[in-house]
Structures are given as C-alpha cells and as structure tokens.
Design a protein around this ligand. Structure first.
Ligand code: ARG
Length: 458
C-alpha cells in the first residue's frame, strides 16, 4: 500500500470501505486553491529563514502554478488513495518537481494546514455573503422608496392592527439583513487568524516566522496557542449561527411573500421566473422559490447543531472528528449564497398591488388606536379612550361598517368631545403620517431611512 504518505509504519492496508470512510477528498476539493495559497506562503517563509533554498522555493511556486492550472481545467486526477486535498496536491507537486516538493511539508502538519485552508475559504465566503446582503438591502430600500406612501395593514397575531406603509415594512427586512452583515463582519475578525505554525499540535522546532506567513495570507492575527489553533472550530460554528439567522430572516420574508401572493390576499405578484406551475391544476402559479428558501432554513439550522455537537466532546487537540466540519459548513455557505443571490433578483422584481393593500387596510378597524389617541389629545385618559373606541368598534361590527363610515353624530354618541376634525385621524393617510419619529412608519420617515440604506456602502 505504497500510496499513503504514512504507510511505512503499517503492516496491512486499510480496506476499501475504510479508505472511503476516512477519505475527505471527495467533498473538499473546493479547498484546493486555498491549500495552494497557504503552501506558497509557507514555502516562502521557509526560504526566508533558510530552511529550504531559494531554488526549492522557486520550484514549489512554479509547480503549484502548474497544479492550479490543472485544477482549473479539471485535469488533475484526484485520488481517494491519497485521502485528502493536502496529500493529493503534495503528491502531484512531488511528481512535477521532485525533492523540492518533498521539503514543503517541513515544520507543518495537515492539522494546521486544514485549519488554515478552511479559514481562507471561509473568509472569502463571508466577503461574498456580506456583499450579497448589501445588494439585497439596496433592492429592499429601492422598493421602499417607491412605496413610501403605499399603505397596507400592519398585523399582529395575523390580525389587522394598524396601517403601515409598505416601504416601512420592507425596511424592517433591510434592518435584519443589516444586522446579519454586521454579524458576519464580526465573525470574520475571528476567522481571519493564522493557525499555520501550530503544526500537529505542539508547534515546531524550526525557527518559523508566523507573522510573515500571516501577512502574506492577509490574516490580521496569529493564533496564540498551538493546541487551540489546530483543534477548535468555533469560528465555523459562529459562521453557521450567522448563516442560520440569515436564513431565519429570509424565511420570515418568504412566508410573507407567499402570503401576499396568495390570491386570497393579492398584495403582490412575483415574476414568473421565480414560480412554477402545477402538473394537474392549470390555473396555478406557485411561489416555489420563497417556499423552498423557507424550507432550506432547516438544513442550515441543522448544520449549526451538527457542528456544535461535533465539537462538544473533543479533548485537545486535533481529532479526526474535525473532518466532519466540512460538508455542513460548505452547504451552509452554498445555501446562503444561492438564496441571497436569488432574493436580490426576486425582490427587485416584486410587482406591488397598492389597491389591494389599501382595501385590506380599510378593513379591520386599523385606525382604532388613532381614534383613542385623538380622544387623549382632547383630555381623556388613555384607558377611558380605549374603552370608548372599543364600544364604537363593536357597534361598527354589528352594522358591518368601518369607523370612518360613522357619521359625526354617531361618533359623538360614543363621546361628546369628538368633533369634525376626527375624520382626518380616521383616514389611513392621517394615521401613518402622524408617526414620523425615528423608526416610525410615516412616508417622510421612510424616505429618509430608505435613503440611508441606499447611501450605505456595498
Ligand atoms: N482531512 C483532514 C481534516 O479534514 C485533514 C487533517 C488530517 N489530519 C490527520 N491527522 N488525519 O481534518
């Protein structure tokens, strides 16, 4: 069993099943460019401190450039006999450049190597995700600006509560995705630290220059403890937690899109390219994309729990358990990347139906609170005002009409302080316009807040 890098110590080869069971090459090929990037920085440092010659370093740089081309053109033959991405690349390097390739692994272990690879890859994914979140916020804010004056019912308990502007509703999601981007940026600080130099677990006896490697690779810091550097995956857990929150916000938005698109509600329409039909019911146009996004939230939540569970029982330092960090982490990153990319496009193409929103806001006594506030401004304590309006709402319900449909005389029967000016607060426009403080739903406030989002960087 000559293939394995460690086989000299063994008297029999592993079975085919064990080989498949322990190999990671089939799911970690995406780490290859980052593995090479890490190796180049390591070789450069080894040459700088005189552990390998400048010629060896040059050969390594040149061999790796060739391997990168082979990877990009899909001509590198990945072998399960070589277990993982690190040994596959190293074997090919030795084939290409001989002994210089064999010197690359000096002062290094696959344990610090893989931790470095994952961090480099994850840093890249985080940057992409932050950019997508900003794009999505911009689309939401653009639509919010267009619909700063469009009124729909705001709900609590899925019952009509108070009128809100659609722009304000959209900007609620811009807030959520803004916090998601902040969370990723914060997670990135802890991702962006260099494990390389920890070697297997205890560091190395070579006089390595870890700060040089960190600088080459763009890491902000060097991991300060070799045992911790090779073994913890808390940075990956943090990423999955951030990804789970992104999907949670996407899922809430999806739920609303599905609801709004239901013919029973009819607030919006989604572009056809995000919907599918039914093989049996010819009339159907189903919002498959938001539904699937809502469903995919479950798998990302699952990856978070899987990683937490993976970590909890592990003694220091590296254990093979950690190889299980990859598939879930990769899938979490893929899922948010695809989902956010689709949502950027989908949100930009939402067709809003303001008449249906308005009609719904006119049902369900959405301005009842405004009437109570009106009475308070006439000197009535809020609790009494609340009760007075509750009586008026019951009367309207019995008569099958809205508060604004009552005559002044009818309203005055509930309270003598009510005057002609009451009708301006009973309108939807009056209700939203009054809420113009920071964080309020008034059109003038929505325009300011939407502009703030649009002015924020991407
Ligand atoms: N494929 C391994 C992983 O993903 C790389 C590190 C292997 N180290 C070891 N001692 N077997 O964690």
């Amino acid at each position: 069993n000559k293939a394995q890098a460690w086989s000299a110590r063994f008297s029999e080869p592993v079975s085919e099943l064990v080989k498949r069971y322990t190999a990671s090459i089939n799911f970690e090929q995406r780490l290859a460019p980052f593995d090479i990037q890490g190796s180049l920085a390591h070789a450069d440092m080894l040459a700088a401190i005189g552990i390998i010659s400048a010629d060896d370093n040059a050969a390594i740089q040149q061999g790796m450039a060739q391997i990168l081309k082979e990877i990009e053109s899909n001509t590198l033959a990945w072998s399960i006999d070589l277990e993982d991405v690190h040994l596959n690349i190293e074997k090919r390097l030795v084939e290409l450049i001989g002994d210089a390739g064999k010197r690359l692994h000096t002062g290094r272990s696959r344990n610090d190597q893989v931790a470095t690879d994952i961090r480099l890859w994850l840093r890249h994914e985080i940057d992409l995700a932050i950019d997508l979140l900003q794009q999505l916020r911009h689309k939401l804010a653009t639509l919010a600006l267009e619909h700063a004056e469009t009124i729909l019912p705001g709900f609590t308990h899925l019952q009509v509560a108070q009128p809100v502007t659609f722009g304000h509703h959209l900007l609620a999601y811009a807030e959520m995705f803004g916090r998601d981007a902040e969370r990723l940026a914060d997670c990135r600080k802890r991702v962006n630290r260099l494990p390389l130099g920890a070697a297997a677990l205890a560091g190395t006896s070579y006089p390595i220059d870890r700060e040089r490697v960190a600088a080459t690779l763009g890491f902000d810091e060097v991991c300060r403890n070799s045992l911790d550097a090779v073994s913890d995956r808390d940075f990956a857990i943090e990423f999955c937690a951030s990804a789970a929150l992104i999907m949670t916000h996407i899922s809430r938005l999806s739920e609303e899109l599905v609801l709004w698109m239901s013919p029973r509600v009819g607030f919006i329409d989604l572009a056809d390219r995000f919907c599918t039909g039914s093989s049996i019911m010819p009339q159907k146009k189903n919002p498959d994309v938001p539904e699937l996004a809502r469903g995919k939230t479950g798998r990302v939540n699952g990856h978070l729990i899987a990683l937490l569970t993976l970590m909890k029982g592990q003694p220091l330092a590296y254990n093979k358990d950690n190889q299980e960090d990859k598939e879930g982490l990769f899938d979490a990153a893929d899922t948010i990347r695809d989902t956010l990319t689709i949502f950027v496009d989908m949100v930009g193409g939402i067709k809003v139906k303001p008449e249906a929103m308005r009609a719904a806001a006119l049902q369900g006594f959405a301005t009842a609170t405004d009437l109570a506030d009106y009475l308070v401004k006439k000197g009535i304590p809020f609790r009494d005002a609340h009760e007075t309006v509750a009586h008026a709402v019951r009367a309207c319900e019995d008569q099958g009409c809205d508060l604004a449909d009552l005559s002044l005389e009818q309203l005055q029967a509930f309270h003598p302080s009510i005057e002609q000016d009451v009708f301006s607060v009973l309108t939807l426009e009056g209700s939203v316009a009054a809420r113009k403080h920071i964080g309020g739903t008034a059109p003038e406030r929505v325009k300011i807040e939407a502009q703030r989002v649009l002015d924020s960087g991407r």
